[in-house]
Design a protein around this ligand. Structure first.
Ligand code: NDP
Length: 629
């Protein structure tokens, strides 16, 4: 790039690229995921349920059921709701919490909220008639909405709360799964839906002395309001005479830190990598606007949002927020840089081969060719640099102390980590009672009886709050917390030890009559509930069909599974290079990229994926599934 171009841009892309590399390199730790400790043994109290008001006392359940759903979060609730819509009511739902909500049951920390727009995030709004109060909903409203959903579909009657599945074992003779739990239940289920959540198991940093600290500690996903006072809207009045340390500055920390700063006498924020903090701009819902929406509006809105997020052209941006702006900037590069004639041809071809009409084989080929011709990756990188320069400028504009502002600037590409949107976080560091301890990529050095140590300095505190996230990339059974033993004693861990293999991300050969909800080899959406709803709709359709056809055993065929794995590999979009260039985190296996194209999402994007499953349903042949009466 010429000097004149650099001046016009206001930054030097080569220098930025080098800075990103240096910042990444100093964060890569040889131990990768092993830097974290599992919340078992001496640490198992970190997963105790602080929200339960009364322990349920009940006799073990010994019964048979048609469908057993594991998980009472949005995925499990949607599965139950969609099954009931299809007339299937013999359902049991097993959930370890004392109520519905899943991630929202556990994550009630002060400030917890969702920065995907509520009108797309909260599923089935048209069915329930619920109107979110604001564009971005918060934890208490989301949890209340889970109750609305549960009431609408009578889900309480089907739920076993405070119950943890320990094992699901396939029984070939009865063609049922024997599901056993920590309450002595033994339930024989024809079908099992695994909707156990991708971020459900908290993790702790394996820092020397973590078990020595004598003060109070907890993880953000088990917030101790008895200790802090207040609730998820803040007002942490019991911290008024307390010195508090927060470890971590990810999406969770960004939301709770402003409330901790208001409540605590002194707050120390221990930062390893800063998050990117964009504008949020929450607004009250206009009741007239929502009342005026035509039927089907929510599906159109979430499809519009996810289309924009995955580069599928749309005429308008219905959501219009920081997410869509970022993706418009990134994907817009591609089309805007085209000569007008190309653009016209491109749009015409896109219409001709629209995802709704054909699977994207030839169109994808054209796009890939054009991407190479137009040097799109470089242009996307430039758009990303520009966006991140704006994010960094925001820190300068909002944080008074220049050195602190500098520490809060993220130097990596925006989607290397979960982007954050917050209008009070950065200003929090202007408060006298808040100290940012910038560990410059190293992390905290040690804990003592009294506090936290970094760079030879001890910070004495009364309480340490771990905002250190959740296990990702560890073994499936370890994360979900139960064994899954299929045909001939094959376990899920064994099957997926080296590589993931599924059919549509939902079925796995060797595990008949099972449905696995989640993004791997499936459609990955920013609006996680959208993909879960599509999983639920698809599962309900299949089970309804199986019942109609009096099928008692269903399993993905070997050929179908292999074919789907091949498709996922062919479509893989996340490039090894991009992942390797990123600062470490759970998105890239803590920087130890073991790139296997099959161990990822469906690369054609969620809209295309949902199109594939929809067409599969429409054909009505249950192709790829081996059925036995
Ligand atoms: P993350 O994994 O994103 O963040 C963990 C944090 O802990 C990081 O800042 C990490 O630093 C830090 N950390 C780990 N070890 C150490 C150490 N030894 N010393 C200092 N810091 C350390 O977890 P979150 O709970 O924040 O978020 C998890 C996910 O949940 C998000 O990615 C998002 O998908 C979802 N979420 C969404 C929200 C929303 O809608 N707004 C809100 C909250 C969560 P480093 O970055 O260097 O690894």
């Amino acid at each position: 790039m010429s000097a004149a171009e650099t001046v016009e841009l206001g930054f030097d892309p080569d220098a930025l690229r080098e800075k990103y590399r240096a910042e990444r390199d100093k964060r890569i730790r040889p131990e990768g995921n092993d830097q974290y400790i599992e919340v078992t043994g001496d640490f198992s109290h970190y997963v105790d349920d602080p929200y339960v008001t009364a322990e349920i006392d009940r006799e073990p359940v010994r019964t048979a059921t048609e469908v057993l759903i594991i998980g009472g979060g949005f995925g499990g609730m949607l599965a139950a709701a969609r099954l009931k819509q299809a007339g299937i009511t013999d359902i049991l739902l097993v959930e370890k919490g004392a109520g519905f909500g899943g991630t929202w049951y556990w994550n009630r920390y002060p400030g917890a909220s969702c920065d995907i727009e509520a009108y797309v995030y909260l599923p089935m709004l048209e069915e329930t008639g619920f109107v979110p109060r604001q564009k971005y909903t918060n934890a208490s409203e989301t949890l209340a909405y889970c109750e609305v959903l549960a009431e609408t579909y009578g889900l309480h009657d089907n739920a076993l709360f405070q119950t943890q599945v320990q094992k699901t074992q396939w029984q070939e003779q009865s063609r049922r799964w024997r599901v056993t739990t920590n309450r002595g239940d033994a339930i024989d289920a024809r079908f099992v839906v695994h909707s156990n959540g991708p971020l459900n198991r908290p993790k702790l940093p394996g820092i020397a002395g973590i078990d020595r600290f004598q003060g109070h500690t907890f993880h953000t996903s088990r917030w101790d309001y008895d200790y802090t006072g207040g609730d998820s809207s803040g007002n942490l009045d019991r911290l008024a005479n307390k010195r508090v340390a927060v470890i971590g500055t990810g999406a969770t920390a960004v939301q709770c830190i402003p409330h901790l700063a208001q409540g605590a006498e002194q707050l120390y924020v221990f930062q390893r990598t800063p998050s990117s903090i964009d504008v949020r701009n929450n607004q009250a819902t206009d009741p007239q606007w929502i009342a005026g929406q035509a039927p089907g509006w929510q599906d159109r809105r979430r499809t519009n949002f996810e289309s924009l997020m995955s580069g599928v052209p749309v005429k308008e941006d219905l959501v219009g927020d920081g997410w869509t702006e970022a993706f418009r900037d990134l994907f817009g590069q591609f089309r805007e840089q085209m000569p007008p004639k190309w653009r016209l041809a491109f749009w015409a071809l896109q219409g001709l081969f629209s995802p709704r009409r054909r699977e994207r084989g030839f169109k994808q080929y054209l796009i890939d060719r054009a991407m190479v011709y137009m040097d799109v990756p470089s242009k996307m990188e430039l758009a990303d640099f520009k966006k991140m320069e704006k994010i960094r400028a925001r820190a300068d504009a909002l944080v008074q102390d220049g050195a602190v502002a500098e520490s809060l600037k993220p130097y990596y590409r925006q989607f290397c980590k979960r982007p954050c949107f917050h209008d009070e976080y950065l200003q929090t560091f202007n408060r006298d009672n808040v100290t940012l301890v910038d560990t410059r990529g190293r992390g905290v050095d040690a804990f003592t009886e009294q506090g936290v140590v970094f760079d030879g300095e001890e910070y004495p505190v009364d309480c340490i709050i771990f905002a250190t996230g959740f296990e990702v990339g560890t073994d499936y059974s370890r994360r979900c917390g139960y064994e899954i033993v299929g045909v001939d004693g094959l376990t899920v861990s064994e099957k997926w030890q080296d590589r993931l293999a599924t059919f549509h991300g939902l079925h796995a050969r060797g595990f008949p009559n099972s449905f696995f909800f989640g993004p791997m080899q499936s459609g990955f959406t920013a609006t996680f509930t959208f993909a879960l709803d599509e999983n639920a709709i698809h599962t309900a359709y299949i089970i309804e069909q199986l019942q109609q056809r009096q099928v008692t055993r269903v399993e993905a065929s070997e050929a179908a599974e292999q074919d789907w794995v091949d498709t996922v590999i062919r479509k893989a979009r996340l490039t090894e290079d991009f992942q390797k260039s990123c600062t470490p985190g759970y998105y890239n296996n803590e920087g130890h990229v073991q790139f296997k194209p099959e161990n990822t999402f469906y690369g054609g994007g969620p809209i295309e994926f949902f199109g594939i499953t929809k067409k599969w349903r429409k054909r009505g042949k249950l192709e790829g599934l081996e059925l036995q009466a």
